[in-house]
Design a protein around this ligand. Sequence first.
Ligand SMILES: [Zn+2]
Length: 180
Amino acid sequence: MSGFNLLHLVTKSQPVALKACGLPSGTRRSKKTWPVTFPQDELKKRLTPMQYHVTQERGTESAFAGEYAHSKEEGTYNCIVCGTPLFPSDKKFDSGSGWPAFSDLVKEESITITDDFSYGMHRVETSCSQCGAHLGHLFDDGPRPTGKRYCINSASLGFQSKKAPASAEAAGGGAHLQQE
Ligand SMILES: [Zn+2]
């Protein structure tokens, strides 16, 4: 009995620290949870402002401004945030829109599609299935056989060239190197 009372007292005497929710007002909380998450301040350091804006704030880069809009190099396009392979270069085509366009994916499940009703339009938004990074939109006016057009921001993508860079040249770039 006395033990219970003592415990009760001790518990009661603990200061109750109620902390307000730490989220700054205006922070967009995504309803979905993704298999891979990154701290936002780490992403702010690692990504360029445009890459952060597009992938984390569902932004859109200017047409014809992205580095991969007209790239024809052979290789694989990865998610810039988590590195997941998304699009093979042989499915890339020139849509004339000024953004990289692809007719198919590396793997069907690597992209999650959701309805996007922003700007008074109904579009289909595409996100990386691993980390939830915003990539771009999906349209139904692509070339055969899929008829799909993945209209993707260059800022959402990293590129893994098919030809392995010679070690002498490797020192040059390194912007898309990822540890872990
Ligand atoms: Zn990702």
